[in-house]
Design a protein around this ligand. Structure first.
Ligand code: AMP
Length: 243
């Protein structure tokens, strides 16, 4: 009953915001496995373009901190490395991208994660010219190395790595002095689960989107090289996305 009410509410929201959301928004959509560097690329692009970086993972982690039945449920998905149900994620995403700062476009990270989500996204934003999908690929060994050493600031969410990008002071954020913590889902067995989910869901998303939509592939051997590649490739399709 509760799930049905949520589902209905999310469809109502979609119809209500549908016309607003279909406005002239250029949307860069980042795809790739956990640890591919999507967050790093999106944050950098957001600083350069002044367009908001919308990470569905961040939205969920933020919501999971509240004291509510929903937050308990979200924590359980996070801890197990499982995907949060579509109706929950749609509602969060639509509420966020309906805010005024997204009116000129935004950078989407972590959505879509399933074929249904991909179909939903392109139905809400039907103008193909205004979507570019950026697919980042990276090897499993690199993913494990990156995620197992990752630390996140519990206040501002800035990301560090114990070996590659350590903070100046142990366990303290350089920017806001918040406490650095490992994410609950960066534990070895949960990383394996997240990779398994990604591998299962990604192929149908790619075959649906790659041949029908503007799409670029980049490899993430190093952050600088990956950033340069994606800027070049996105600009070769349309320079307005990174204005
Ligand atoms: P991320 O920060 O993108 O690695 O996401 C962390 C976790 O949030 C994922 O393992 C899922 O549990 C959940 N999540 C993020 N985005 C989605 C999505 N689009 N659909 C379902 N669950 C999601």
């Amino acid at each position: 009953m509760k799930a049905r009410t949520l589902l209905l509410a999310s469809f109502l929201l979609c119809s209500l915001f549908g016309s607003f959301l279909a406005a002239e928004q250029n949307i860069l959509v980042f795809l790739g496995p956990p640890g591919a560097g999507k967050g790093t690329m999106c944050k950098k692009l957001s600083t350069v373009t002044h367009k908001p970086h919308i990470s569905t993972g961040d939205l969920i982690r933020e919501q999971s901190k509240a004291q509510s039945a929903l937050s308990k449920e979200l924590n359980s998905y996070l801890e197990q490395g499982k995907l949060v149900p579509d109706e929950v994620i749609f509602k969060m995403l639509i509420e966020r991208v309906s805010q005024e700062d997204c009116a000129d476009g935004f950078i989407l990270d972590g959505f879509p994660r399933t074929l249904d989500q991909a179909k939903k996204l392109v139905s809400i934003f039907p103008d193909k010219d205004r979507l570019i999908f950026v697919n980042i690929s990276v090897g499993d060994d690199t993913i494990l190395e990156r995620l197992q050493g990752r630390l996140i600031c519990s206040d501002c969410a800035k990301s560090y790595h114990t070996s590659f990008t350590p903070p100046a002071q142990e366990n303290q954020c350089d920017d806001c002095h918040g406490k650095l913590v490992a994410r609950v889902d960066d534990e070895y067995t949960v990383i394996q689960k997240r990779l398994e989910v990604y591998k299962k869901e990604y192929a149908p998303i790619q075959s649906f989107l790659k041949s029908n939509y503007q799409w670029v592939d980049v490899k993430n051997h190093s952050a600088d090289e990956c950033y340069a590649q994606l800027v070049n490739k996105v600009n070769s399709i349309n320079t307005e996305f990174l204005d």
